[in-house]
Design a protein. Structure first.
Length: 177
């Protein structure tokens, strides 16, 4: 009689073992049902890391290399961010178009799932240089802004003169998903 009912206990223990093993696997796996919401923030900071950390002479764009060879860019040791600001600070419309081109080429590296724009805020108001993947405001789940204050020397100092500075501007990178 005891043998007849014992297989129910074995099946019950087997099913409980499968449930416990499945729960342990689920707890220690990297299963994520939703995408990470902070990816836009990292994209904004990553864009600034690229713009602040890459010298213009190391940037791989052929148009930028032509500008260096033609003498449009005088100091190739400046970073991409500094060069964008210098182009924008010049009153020439041609130089401002170059700032837009350079900002737009930086945004080419942004993933398609993230919308981004680069803006400069100065005395003249806000100038949006480049925008990628614009979506309607109601479709955004997360929106982040990373800012930097940039002050550039327009002329290097000499022995008897002080450096001349451009007006300080705020550069913003805005990202959304």
């Amino acid at each position: 009689m005891t043998r007849k009912g014992s297989y129910f206990f074995v099946i019950d223990a087997f099913i409980a073992g499968i449930i416990i093993l499945g729960a342990v696997v689920m707890m220690f796996s990297d299963f994520n049902a939703r995408p990470e919401r902070t990816a836009a923030f990292y994209s904004a900071e990553d864009l600034f890391a690229v713009m602040e950390g890459t010298e213009i002479r190391n940037y791989g764009d052929t148009q930028v290399r032509d500008w260096i060879n033609e003498g449009v860019i005088n100091d190739s040791r400046r970073t991409i961010l500094e060069q964008i600001v210098e182009f924008n600070q010049t009153d020439s419309a041609d130089m401002q178009l170059r700032a837009i081109y350079l900002a737009d080429s930086v945004l080419d590296g942004v993933p398609n799932t993230v919308g981004a724009e680069i803006a400069i805020l100065g005395d003249g108001g806000e100038i949006i240089l480049a925008k990628q993947n614009p979506r309607a405001a109601q479709n955004k789940d997360s929106y982040f802004v990373a800012k930097r204050i940039v002050v550039l020397k327009s002329k290097p100092p000499t022995y008897d003169t002080q450096p001349t500075l451009y007006a300080p501007v705020v550069v913003e990178v805005r990202t959304w998903q």
